[in-house]
Design a protein around this ligand. Structure first.
Ligand code: HPA
Length: 265
């Protein structure tokens, strides 16, 4: 199916070859407006691309340039909790690879478990815990599925992003992200357990995307936009509306940071 999707892309954006792929999570869709000479293709025209039913996910593949860097951006993603299938992003991510992307940048909204990292802040993911132990590689055959996950979040890409952030005076903490299935938020007891385990942020995406990126031989980088403290750590009550409202500050910062990163590649 990825080959069929690539065929559609080649027809709509003749001769285009991407270097960097991106997945824009909740509230980050506006990043795509910053891409110049853009060609947007709705997921419904791309075989194997599933449309997310979550508010804030447009469902388009946007091809174009940030500075001189050619990018292929997935504006919206399907989540495990939408159908209980961890393989939902396999075709879109393989398509990015086939379009030339050697790197993948993933963004998400997440809850912070670190008192020092507050809503509106950013956390660069250093490593993850696949807490629900689901894999997007289920059902594949061959030795390639036994993916090495050491340094899955590419140390060079992280160092470069930290440098860009420091230059821009954007605070960028680093930490460990845990994937929980959702769609319900965690209980305070679950957050208490995760904190004891050394988890810094929690969310409902990204981990399967990064496993797929590594499977397809791409370097990966992921940043969480912190929308709330983990359940029970503050008095705010959690909802998708709350997440989206808090994303405004964080996503503005994250958009500026990633634009600068891509321009300087
Ligand atoms: N938990 C899980 N996913 C999230 C959260 C959270 O607290 N905030 C945003 N996405």
């Amino acid at each position: 199916m990825s080959a069929a999707a690539v065929k559609v892309v080649k027809r709509k954006a003749k001769g285009f070859r991407a270097e960097v792929g991106m997945i824009l999570g909740s509230g980050m869709g506006g990043f795509a407006d910053q891409i110049h000479d853009a060609v947007a293709i709705p997921y419904k025209d791309l075989p194997g691309f599933e449309v997310s039913g979550v508010a804030g996910h447009a469902g388009r593949l946007v091809l174009g340039y940030v500075g001189e860097t050619p990018v292929a951006v997935l504006q919206g993603r399907i989540h495990y909790y939408e159908h209980g299938n961890p393989t939902g992003m396999r075709v879109p991510i393989e398509t990015l690879r086939l379009l030339g992307c050697e790197r993948l940048i993933v963004t998400n909204a997440a809850g912070s478990l670190k008192p020092a990292v507050k809503p509106g802040g950013l956390m660069l993911i250093r490593d993850h815990v696949n807490f629900i132990q689901q894999s997007p590689l289920l059902g594949l055959s061959g030795n390639g599925r036994f993916v090495d996950m050491v340094d899955a979040y590419d140390p060079e890409m992280r160092a470069h992003l930290r440098k860009v952030a420091a230059k821009m005076k954007i605070k960028l903490e680093e930490g460990v992200y845990a994937w929980l299935a959702g769609p319900q938020f965690e209980t305070p007891a679950e957050i208490g357990m995760l904190r004891k385990m050394g988890i810094d942020a929690v969310g409902m995406s990204t981990v399967p995307d990064v496993i797929l990126a590594r499977y397809f031989g791409m370097k990966a980088l992921a940043v969480s936009a912190i929308t709330n403290m983990g359940a029970g750590m503050s008095h705010e009550s959690l909802s998708h509306e709350h997440t989206m409202a808090q994303m405004e500050t964080a996503s503005r910062k994250l958009t500026q940071l990633l634009l600068a990163y891509l321009v300087q590649l």
